[in-house]
Ligand binder design. Sequence first.
Ligand SMILES: *[C@@H]1O[C@H](CO)[C@@H](O)[C@H](O)[C@H]1NC(C)=O
Ligand SMILES: *[C@@H]1O[C@H](CO)[C@@H](O)[C@H](O)[C@H]1NC(C)=O
Length: 362
Amino acid sequence: MVKHWSIATFLLLLLATLYSCRALSEDERLEEYRKRGYTWPPKEEEYVPNTKEWKERSKHRLHQIELIDQGDGERYQGFMLGVYTSLLGRSFTDYGWGITKAPKAVVDILQKRLHDGLSAENQNIESAQTCLDHGEGQEPLFFDDPNVNREIVDALLPLHEAWSGVDLIPNNSYGLRVYRNESSLLMHVDKTDTHVISSILHVGHGENDEPWPLVIEDYRGNVNEVFLESGDMLFYESSKLLHGRPRPMNGEYYSSLFSHYYPKDWDYETINYDNHIRVPAHWYQGIQREEGDTTPKLVGVETTFKEPECEHGWCDLQRSLKWHNVEAKYGQVFSGDKQYRTLNNIPSEESFQELFSDKDEL
Ligand SMILES: *[C@@H]1O[C@H](CO)[C@@H](O)[C@H](O)[C@H]1NC(C)=O
Ligand SMILES: *[C@@H]1O[C@H](CO)[C@@H](O)[C@H](O)[C@H]1NC(C)=O
């Protein structure tokens, strides 16, 4: 009898503990905030990375977030994103993005898949994605091959490790996604659990299409518009840096494969818990805009943002740097300092030929 009673108590206590970890009351959350010595505004040394330009940019964004006047839900969501990207999320590289050339063997099988897909009679439509807008009847197409994608995400692992400088775990390669006319993608960051170091491998676009930029901010205060060519692969720190395609596409098709990795020592549970704790108490009330404060208005949309007062919903487009025809070769990576760096200890480009030579796609 006594034994049963104690097991029941133990289970109840366990449940209570689990429950309280998941749903801290606001008082408990703020208690933990104080215990950790957090302040608002954050201390200068808390910004990650701690560059002057990133601090400036982060302070601006966090101020826009406290000014959000839609509702407390949007402000809380905004602070979660802002606190992670500005303060808590780890950074890996100087700029947070870089362009390389994907191995030819991988590009070849993806181009074959793209062209087979485009000429097939029945085309698969991608399931609806948040942040993605498109012309009427112009939903993105989706040309999937899960087994080959799995092999690709594994094969490209050493390139992503060489670029980021850490050991990674592959999550997935997603695609091919084929955007169509008048598509646009809101500025956003990716899931912090598994999408930390990522790449966009651009497979192809319509011959007469207007060049269509990927927009990505970086740690050095720049906002970059990157125009990719077929076979270019853009590495980026996907959970830290806002990126998207806010300018509407004008063309026939634009296709890419997205690959996602996260560090071997990634402790998402802790990161997510810390993220909640670091949100300041005034998420609930926000702050009043002072007279003369010309900070552009930020609006929460699903899990991300938009600046409705600016063209294409993103003010930074007015001061972006444009990158065309970056001719990085396999094994090199080009970034915001205009240098081509060597990716060390990666497999030879020929070794991918062997890896993918038996694909019936070829
Ligand atoms: C990728 O991450 C998702 C969670 O975001 C998980 O459900 C899935 O199992 C992961 N896939 C692999 C192959 O690790
Ligand atoms: C894309 O849409 C624009 C605007 O409606 C139109 O002018 C253009 O011809 C379209 N392009 C293609 C390739 O369909």
